[in-house]
Design a protein around this ligand. Structure first.
Ligand code: ACO
Length: 273
């Protein structure tokens, strides 16, 4: 059964361990208004530790994933409210992207359509990303006279090559889902009518893995990229030791089923948790 956030601008269903969360302002191409940002935080908060949620998928209602920040409500109207209002709007948008980046459960961006500017924040916040072949990605900021802020420049540089990031940001031209996959903005692109099936398959694989190991792994991938080798080595030892305290039996069971029971091979799939 579909549920909606307080103001109705985020919709979600939980089905078979997957939380299908959707930007729900299709008439505004899912532009992120302050209200949407608050509602999204509310929904993320409500879902994060639910036992029936193992993976979260973020997509958009209608033709857009998200057309970025709402130029009227996020920029014009908050700027009219002064610096305090601007900073609050920034905290609320960056806040839910940050929450999503370090979410307890694995997250997947399912980019069904337009993805602009500020949309790169939640795009990067999701651990994996799959796009429709014809989805359109753009750093359109330059087209209306600003730099790609709110993390968008950082996301482009993190995910794409220097040359592609620079071209993308300076030219304000869109790329489609296939090119986004070539550039590394998303993992894969698929025809829109097969996108959900592929994302469901990926989510179902994740649902079979040890959840403590998934959280430790996704955080490790994000953390080590800015560490020296030695710092990363030390962090990873400690991160595994911390994970062990949350999951005392998991690893031993994984070893037991392989070595003693011979019921699976870790090189070919996950143990039965
Ligand atoms: N902010 C505010 N309103 C928006 C936004 C946005 N980012 N995107 C779309 N809308 C509104 C339109 O103003 C329009 O409202 P109206 O019906 O009241 O006139 C409605 O959504 C539908 O938009 P259309 O432009 O009619 O939809 P169309 O499908 O023809 O085009 C497209 C879609 C290409 C996404 C277009 O709406 C667009 O260019 N949007 C802006 C994209 C953008 O540059 N976003 C900002 C990125 S920069 C940043 O996020 C910091």
């Amino acid at each position: 059964m579909t549920e909606t956030s307080s103001n109705g601008v985020v919709a979600y269903d939980v089905e078979g361990g997957i939380a299908w969360v959707r930007f729900n302002r299709p008439e505004k191409r899912n532009a992120m208004s302050p209200t949407l940002n608050r509602d999204m935080m509310e929904v993320l908060h409500a879902l994060e530790f639910r036992d029936d949620v193992g993976v979260l998928v973020l997509s958009g209602e209608g033709t857009a994933w998200s057309a970025g920040m709402d130029l009227k409500e996020y920029f014009r109207e908050t700027e009219a409210g002064g610096l305090g209002a601007v900073r609050q709007a920034q905290r609320e948008s960056y806040g839910w992207w940050r929450r999503l980046r370090w979410y307890q459960k694995p997250t997947i961006a399912m980019v069904n359509g337009w993805c602009f500017g500020g949309g790169y924040g939640p795009l990067f916040a999701c651990d994996l990303a799959f796009a429709a072949d014809d989805a359109q990605f753009g750093l359109s900021e330059i087209n209306w006279g600003i730099l790609p802020g709110g993390g968008a420049t950082k996301v482009a540089v993190e995910l794409a090559s220097f040359r592609n990031a620079m071209y993308h940001a300076l030219m304000g031209e869109n790329i489609d889902g296939r090119t986004a996959a070539e550039w590394g903005l998303v993992n894969e692109a698929h025809p829109l009518d097969r996108l959900k099936a592929r994302v469901t398959d990926v989510a179902n694989v994740l649902l079979k893995k040890n959840p403590v190991a998934l959280k430790a792994t996704k955080d490790a991938i994000r953390r080590v990229s800015i560490m020296s080798y030695d710092d990363a080595e030390d962090y990873l030892v400690r991160a595994q030791e911390a994970a062990n305290s949350f999951d005392k039996e998991g690893r031993q069971e994984g070893i037991r089923q392989f070595i003693d029971e011979k019921s699976y091979k870790p090189g070919l799939g996950a143990y039965d948790k």
